[in-house]
Design a protein around this ligand. Sequence first.
Ligand SMILES: Cc1ncc(COP(=O)(O)O)c(C=O)c1O
Length: 310
Amino acid sequence: MTSPASVVLVFLDPAFPAGRLADASQPQLMATDQGATRGDGVFETMLAVGGAVRKLQAHLDRLEGSAEALDVVIPGQDQWRAAIGTGVAEYRAQHPAPSPAEDELVVKLVATRGVEGAASPTCWVQVSPVGAAARRQRETGIDVILLDRGYDSGVAERAPWLLMGAKTLSYAVNMAALRHAHKQGADDVIFTSSDGRVLEGPTSTVLLAHLETSDDGARPVKRLITPQLDSGILPGTSQGALFTAAKAAGWELGYGPLEPQDLLDADAVWLISSIRLLAPVNHIDGKEIGTPAIQKQLTAELNELFAGIQ
Ligand SMILES: Cc1ncc(COP(=O)(O)O)c(C=O)c1O
C-alpha cells in the first residue's frame, strides 16, 4: 500500500501554468465528481526512470484518444507535460532515491468528466513509488489463470459504446478478475473472448515468443506475437515500443488471432505493461509454459531491448 505521505499530487489548473500542487493526505475531489460517482473518466499509468517518463508521447496520445472516445475534452499535452514535470521534480526532492537502480516512479494521469453540472474536466497527476510486487514479478515471473471476459472478439467494432479500446477509470471488473486470480493462488489473469481468443491481462498486454528455424534451415528465427489489436483490447504502449525495438533487432513480429493452445505451445509468454515491464509467465492454469532456460534467455534479450526505449 502506498501511504498518502509518499504520494505527490498536481492538479491541472488554468491559474497555475505548471500545475497546482495539492496535499495527498487531504480530501481534494468534490463528492459529486463523475470520476468518483460513475468511474467516468480516463487515465494513464507511466514509469519515470531517473526522473524521465518513459514513452511519454505514446501515453499522452493514448490519453487523448481515450478522452475522445468518451467525449471528454481534456487540457492540451503541454499542460500535462508541465504538471508531470512539477510532480516528478517535487517527488524526487521530497524522496531522493536510495540508489539509481531504485529511481523509478509511477506517474499516473487522471482526467474525469468533472463535477456534476459543471462543464470542465477534473485533471491531475499523481506520483508515487513503484510497488514491491511489480519489481519482484519482473524477476520471479507469474502464474496466470485464463478467465472468460464474456464478450466476443468482434465486440469493439460492433459496440463502440463499450469503450473496449479506451483506458477508462471503470476498472472495477479488471480488479475483480485479479482478486479472483489471487483467491485461486495465481498472480494474474489472461482474459479470453467468448469465441475462444486470447485477449489481454486486466492491466497488461499478452506477448508470446517462438524460436524457429528459417525455411532453408540456415538461421534461427525469433518470432514475437501479440493478440490482434482490433479484438477489443487496449493497445499497449509497452507492446508497441517493444515491437519497434524487436523488429530493428531482427525479430519477426506477428499479431494473432491467438487461442489458449498457442500460449501453451509457445517457447515463452509474458504479460507486459509500463510499470511491471516484462513479467514472464511460468504457468497458465497450472501448466508449465516453455522451458525455464529459454524463457530466461529471451526475457533477458527483450529486457535489454526494452531498457533502450525512451
Ligand atoms: C487492459 C490493459 N491492457 C494493456 C495494458 C498495458 O499498457 P501499457 O503497456 O501502455 O502500460 C494496460 C496497462 O495498464 C491495461 O490496463
